[in-house]
Design a protein around this ligand. Sequence first.
Ligand SMILES: [Zn+2]
Length: 316
Amino acid sequence: MLRRLKRTMVYLSLLILMGIFPLAGSKADDTDPGPKFDAKRSFEYLTSVCRLKSRISGSPGMAAQQKLILEHFKELKAKVQFQSFDAPHPITGNPVRMNNMIVSWNPEAKKRILLACHYDTRPFPDRDRNQPQGLFIGANDGGSGVAFLMELGNVMSSLKVSHGYGVDFVFFDGEELVYRQNDPYFLGSKYFASQYKNEPREFEYVYGVLLDMIADKNLGIYMEKNSLKYAPQLTRSIWEAARKTGVREFIPQAKYEIRDDHLPLNEIAGIPTCDIIDFDYPVWHTTRDIPRYCSGNSLEKVGTVLIYWLQNLPEG
Ligand SMILES: [Zn+2]
């Protein structure tokens, strides 16, 4: 064994001398993987959001979450804005204060990329056969997008976004303030999209990417049909980024047609937007949508793809 070890060491030293196997701390080259999304830290964000219990629009849990997000991104020196409006509560009709949160990187850039998630949680886990009125935590459905963007925020300053585009993270409120079948969905994204369309502004979103339910331990993300309909080139470019980075959990086949916050962005705002969503999540809308069924490794996989994509954007 000793002889073999020695021989290995000689071989390694040779490789180092030849520059094939660079020493730690040596200059970055073409093989430099670039900024790194941290799985463990992203999962800590997910659990800290879930510790707030439910984050229903207008609730104390939502207010606590807003504080947590605001402090996180202020510390990272991003520009944070609240886009506030009132929406009638679907049961009482009383106004509910809604807040979309907009976190801007490189805020002066006139061409921008929109990365969005919803950050409210559904009032009740109505698909839970035993406890349809129980506590809904929304670790994946609500928590995963927030945790993802919080961790991505840590690497934004070291990213070289293609064409010098700016990036906005948008946290939509009121995605599912729904109690009954016909209650309106997507309150925050509808408001955001109509403001974008109707109010004067000095910038334009080239692409939008929506992130929803991306922390499933058993990750498998198919191309979503409405994304392929409204933003085919963009959608393919993301699955191409997954192929290039070796993330096999992005499966280049269409599976579900999903109504989500990307519809108002595509239909009202006219921003080509793709929904990245893993819809095969057995505990969806139950009391068991908790961190135990989620994984930081899944968030990291999505991070690897989007970090590559942001640095290799297709022509807009
Ligand atoms: Zn949901």
